[in-house]
Design a binder for this molecule. Structure first.
Ligand SMILES: O=C([O-])C(=O)C[C@H](O)[C@@H](O)C(=O)[O-]
Length: 312
């Protein structure tokens, strides 16, 4: 049973950092329940505003619907009393409705709606797709603006007008003109979150466009650093943000960009480095090579951001 109304949820999420926990796998690449629960316990022990289970960093794209529902259930059981847990929904409209209802049944407070799979779509079709999902759940729905699902300012406004539980707009496109139009038209009716890969990189400029928060993948393995970064962003402390970009985030991008799909693999690599192994990534992703892992380890150490209690 949800503890927040959709609007209470939006209020909570918009003013804090958002965690997208990895899904732990064992040596056979099956979901590793104990390791996942340990990770959730750690992730929810800090001051984050929301925890999105089985998202992109959680390899939701590599989970079956049953696995995803199970992962969300564990997240609610483990962390739900401390921080609101949200789930992902994707695929066909019917599949996304099923994901939404599975998530609601296990106590998720909200939903991140991923783009439909393997097709093009235009505004009326997107409107119908999102409308059907909003109508099928009482929980808050956030659309993910990326790939084939680019929501115009008018479509966002139409959804907001017709669905009370439509609460948020997450962006992974980074088109300034588009974001300006969406925010200018919809203002505080929604909350806005940045979701470009390694969201810290863009966090300060996007704040000016109304995006008061973002999904932090690196929060998984350096939570204290990620939270400090978010504080600096919200304080609009450009000097502090730049210092952290130079000390860790930008050199981190250099390792992340060595192989396609490393955006997730590097997060699991970071967890290995800090002694909180969550296993390998599932195909089609690949684990960091030994050299890349060693470089990441050296960078975390050199940046002086080893999490409390860990030793490298
Ligand atoms: O679904 C997800 O994991 C994401 O939103 C992508 C990442 O969290 C992205 O924002 C990042 O890499 O920081």
């Amino acid at each position: 049973m949800a503890q927040y109304t959709p609007h209470e949820l939006a209020d909570k999420l918009k003013d804090g950092l958002l965690s997208f926990p990895v899904t732990a796998f064992d040596a056979n690449l099956e979901v590793d329940e104990p390791a996942y629960r340990r990770h959730l316990e750690w992730q929810s022990s800090f001051d984050v505003a929301g925890l999105f289970a089985a998202g992109g960093t959680g390899e939701g794209f590599a989970l079956t619907a049953e696995e995803a529902a199970n992962v969300v259930r564990m997240a609610v059981e483990e962390a739900g009393s401390r921080v609101p847990v949200l789930a992902s929904a994707g695929g066909s409209t019917k599949q996304a409705i099923q994901n939404a209802q599975d998530a609601e049944a296990v106590g998720a407070e909200g939903l991140l709606l991923l783009p439909p799979y393997l097709t093009e779509c235009d505004q009326d079709g997107l409107y119908e797709h999102v409308s059907a999902i909003c109508a099928a759940t009482k929980t808050g729905v956030i659309v993910y603006n990326r790939a084939n699902a680019i929501y115009s300012a008018d479509t966002v406004a139409r959804l907001a007008e017709n669905h009370e539980n439509f609460i948020g707009f997450k962006d992974a496109l980074g088109d300034i003109e588009h974001l300006t139009k969406v925010y200018a038209k919809n203002g505080d009716r929604l909350f806005y979150l940045g979701g470009l890969p390694t969201a810290e990189t863009f966090a300060l400029p996007l704040l000016q466009l109304g995006m008061s928060t973002y999904s932090s993948a690196m929060y998984n393995f350096v939570p204290e650093f990620a939270l400090d970064f978010y504080k600096d962003v919200r304080a609009q402390d450009r000097v502090a943000v730049n210092e952290k970009l130079n000390r860790f985030v930008l050199p981190y991008l250099d390792i992340r960009d060595r192989v396609k799909g490393y955006g997730v693999s590097i997060v699991k690599g970071g967890l290995k480095v800090v002694g909180r192994d969550s296993g390998s990534v599932r195909p089609p992703l690949q684990d960091l090579t030994e050299k890349d892992l060693a470089d990441l380890s050296a960078l975390i150490k050199q940046a002086g951001i080893v999490p409390t209690g860990a030793s490298l």
